[in-house]
Write a protein that binds this ligand. Structure first.
Ligand code: ATP
Length: 336
């Protein structure tokens, strides 16, 4: 495979390995690089093989956009095993974890202006991917990562859907990161299904519901039951969406139901989706500063309640790495 990621990272430049979490394809660490400061490294599981890691890194490297996670290169070293070298993807470290970890820490959705900004940033990232003929295939809250100011970036694509879903499913039964199949459209359940753009659009509709409710769709239900419900046209309950300011909700609820239409050809394109999210975001952007302050104080409360334990969002960066809260940089309205 011709890799665009030429930068290689070895053990000599890396220290302070801190485990963040693991998914279907490996374990992610926050690591200090001697020049770059904190980076994230996803060490690939033995059974998924280096090919997958390199494939994911290669995919991510091509996706240059402020709404897509930046990949720096490939790790090759012996940090955790002496006999043979391990490989991993070296990427930008996202201080605030993912939308999933934020939902867990807040015990619900973020305040509405921030939820709407996340929805718009995810749509902008997806519009960019589709505009360069790339599919995500695995949109869900744990695959949308958050920087220090809670800006969203898409991560985790270019991997086999079947493997991810099966592994994530077993993770879920152990109380880990929720799985993937809840975000699949009805037409995607046959094993030989080949994803197209409307797959991502359906997943975006479900993700939008999750962002606005702070909940997991079909929570705790097994694969076969969820499959049956999705095929029968059963969708998450839109009455659970945040109720404040109903008018804004009407537009977002219409958008999500349009995205998860039974019929793939009726689902909108991301070009149309961002015109809606952009409009709703622009009506709400004055509330972003207060929304972020509210989230920060809730996270602080959670942190002190859990007696010194860090919340699920990633550990606070060191002062030299931190972006001061008063320099919150609001994203442009449209995708790049
Ligand atoms: P799966 O890959 O099976 O769909 P997942 O997305 O949870 O599940 P990973 O991508 O391996 O699995 O991520 C594991 C954990 O590491 C998650 O909590 C995720 O939020 C966190 N994480 C992943 N990449 C980064 C990063 N670049 N910066 C900070 N945290 C990250």
């Amino acid at each position: 495979m011709a890799l665009l990621c030429t930068e290689m990272f070895g053990d000599k430049d890396l220290d302070e390995w801190h485990r963040i979490g693991s998914g279907g394809f490996g374990t992610v660490y926050r690591v200090r690089h001697k020049e770059r400061g904190f980076v994230a490294i996803k060490l690939v599981q033995q059974n998924s093989g280096p090919h997958d890691a390199l494939n994911e890194a290669d995919c991510l490297k091509k996706m240059s956009s402020k709404f897509v996670l930046t990949v720096f290169g490939i790790y090759q070293g012996n940090r955790f095993q002496q006999i043979s070298e391990q490989q991993g993807i070296v990427m930008e470290f996202m201080e605030r974890g993912s939308i999933h970890t934020l939902q867990v820490d807040l015990h619900g959705p973020p305040p509405l202006p921030l939820a709407i900004r996340l929805a718009h940033q995810v749509a902008s990232g997806m519009q960019h991917l589709h505009s360069i003929n790339f599919l995500h295939h695995d949109l869900k809250p744990s695959n949308v990562l958050l920087d220090n100011d809670f800006n969203a970036k898409l991560a985790d694509f270019g991997l086999s859907r079947v493997t991810t879903s099966v592994l994530s499913n077993s993770e879920q039964s152990r109380g880990g990161t929720p799985g993937t199949f809840q975000y699949w459209p009805p037409e995607a359940f046959p094993l030989n299904y080949k994803a197209v753009r409307s797959f991502d659009v359906y997943s975006y509709g479900i993700l939008l519901w999750s962002i606005l409710t702070g909940k997991e769709p079909y929570e705790g239900k097994e694969f076969s039951l969820v499959e049956l419900r999705i095929k029968q046209g059963d969708r998450p309950d839109v009455s659970l969406c945040q109720k404040e300011e109903k008018e804004k909700m009407t537009e977002m609820v219409e958008l999500m139901t349009h995205c998860w239409d039974e019929e793939p050809s009726k689902r909108p394109h991301f070009d149309e989706i961002i015109t809606v999210t952009e409009h709703v975001f622009s009506d709400n952007k004055d509330g972003i500063g207060a929304a972020i302050q509210e989230v920060l104080s809730k996270l602080e409360q959670e942190q002190s309640k859990s007696s010194g334990q860090l919340p699920q969002t990633n550990a606070a960066p060191t002062p030299e790495n931190a972006v001061p809260n008063d320099t919150v940089d609001h994203p442009p309205l449209a995708a790049q």
